[in-house]
Design a protein around this ligand. Sequence first.
Ligand code: ABN
Length: 169
Amino acid sequence: MNRYDRLIERWSRSLAKGVSRRSIVRSLGTLLVGGAAMPLLPVARGQESANAPNDGDSTSCDYWRYCAIDGFLCACCGGSVTTCPPGTEAAPITWVGTCRHATDGKDYIISYNDCCGKSSCGRCSCVRNERDRPTYVPYLSNDYNWCVGSNSNVAYHCTVSRIVGIAEG
Ligand code: ABN
């Protein structure tokens, strides 16, 4: 047996004395379950944090930012493309899409925040499902009332579309 073998043996024996098999299994279990649950946790994001060339009509469903939206456009409901109408507040939990801006050719990450607190706006319904995923992938699903995560009221009014980053690569 060489020096390293003896060293490893001594280290393994001291570890085995101090740590029970049950505690190792418990730690591994916690890691596995915790790791699996992470992607399912609600996603809190949504402040506009990047700029893009400002062109197009934000009250039209064809507007570039709306590539993955499903809802009523807040720009038609007394708010704007990024702000909720008075009397409503943005749900802190959102879904995200990636939309290409035709002018600069960049891909922007868009956070779609539902505005909550009033009944449905009913104007400018817009459903574009680019890369939309089923509701079991909640942060990429638009077909879901995200007002369930808001503080005040689960009534869904309209949706804003905020740029939160630029997709690289
Ligand atoms: N996220 C927009 C929405 C709200 C209510 C129901 C379906 C979709």
